[in-house]
Design a protein around this ligand. Structure first.
Ligand code: SF4
Ligand code: SF4
Length: 276
């Protein structure tokens, strides 16, 4: 039995026994490269579940739908390692109880899907350990290094150009499991901290504020980058922030549910190179 059939059958069993009330997985999409989220509530509906190389989205974001977990019942969700790291962060930030989340873990390598063993977030600690040891994406590192090679003034111009394209659609925020505030600071208009219209200064404020809010929390799922309709390379900002916290604090976001947020804790041997 292939992994898709195995997970369909297990999902049907969990639903029929009442162990979970909902399965969040992938279904047919508009293209085979991108599968669409599906929400399955009955054993018969598990036939809609698809698992292949197009299942790239981080579905953990749907677990924060208002009220979904407030009745104490469990939900199953299909997640890659980035999504499992998100569960750990959300648990550490008291946004969900990881005991209510049953994980159908999988990974994609060269377009092929393989199952990951375990059903609770804590079961996947070895997988996340391997991901940390492998380091941040070499591909992204290469892309980011091109920006490191130019002067600060040129880099500023580069980001000014990129951010000038932003139309403040907030798709990057909506897709991100770490952007869970019910009311985002950029939607507050009294006082209006960040201008809502799309112009260079306001766009800078929005994108930089968001990058700082994601420092030490982004799991590099790529959701924001893929959802940006004007193709701003948000991955490069996220990568840079992840690199800074890894280099300075040996901190890899989402290692476990007990991990303290990097910007809310300190160690006596933390580097203080930024303090004059
Ligand atoms: S900032 Fe982007 S890449 Fe990072 S967790 Fe959020 S959606 Fe994923
Ligand atoms: S998805 Fe792109 S265009 Fe939309 S708010 Fe985010 S950065 Fe701006």
């Amino acid at each position: 039995m292939g992994i898709q059939e195995q997970y369909r059958s297990e999902a049907a069993g969990l639903l029929s026994s009442g162990a979970v009330k909902l399965v969040i997985g992938f279904g047919e999409g508009s293209t085979v490269e991108r599968r669409r989220p599906v929400f399955v509530r009955t054993p018969a509906e598990t036939e809609r579940l698809v698992l292949d190389g197009g299942c790239v989205a981080n579905l953990s974001t749907y677990l924060l739908t208002e009220g979904l977990l407030s009745d104490g019942k469990s939900v199953a969700v299909f997640l890659k390692p980035d999504g499992i790291r998100s569960i750990n962060i959300l648990a550490a930030e008291a946004q969900l109880n990881p005991e209510q989340v049953v994980i159908f873990g999988f990974d994609i390598e060269e377009g092929q899907v393989r199952a990951l063993e375990g059903r609770k977030a804590s079961d996947f600690a070895p997988v996340i350990g391997v991901a940390k040891a492998a380091g941040l994406s070499a591909e992204l590192q290469k892309e980011a290094e091109l920006l490191d090679q130019i002067s600060a003034a040129e880099r500023f111009e580069y980001w000014k150009d990129q951010f000038s394209k932003c139309i403040k659609c907030y798709a990057c925020r909506q897709v991100c499991p770490m952007c869970y505030c019910r009311r985002c600071i950029v939607d507050v208009n009294q006082p209006q901290w960040v201008n809502t219209s799309s112009h260079t200064l306001g766009n800078f404020e929005w994108n930089i504020v968001r990058a700082f809010h994601l420092a030490g929390r982004c799991v590099a799922c790529g959701g924001c980058d893929r959802s940006c309709p004007v193709n701003i390379p948000l991955r490069l900002i996220n990568h840079r922030m992840a690199k800074e916290v890894l280099d300075a604090f040996d901190y890899y976001a989402g290692e476990c549910a007990e991990q303290k947020p990097v910007l809310a804790t300190f160690r006596q041997d933390d580097p203080e190179t930024f303090i004059l």
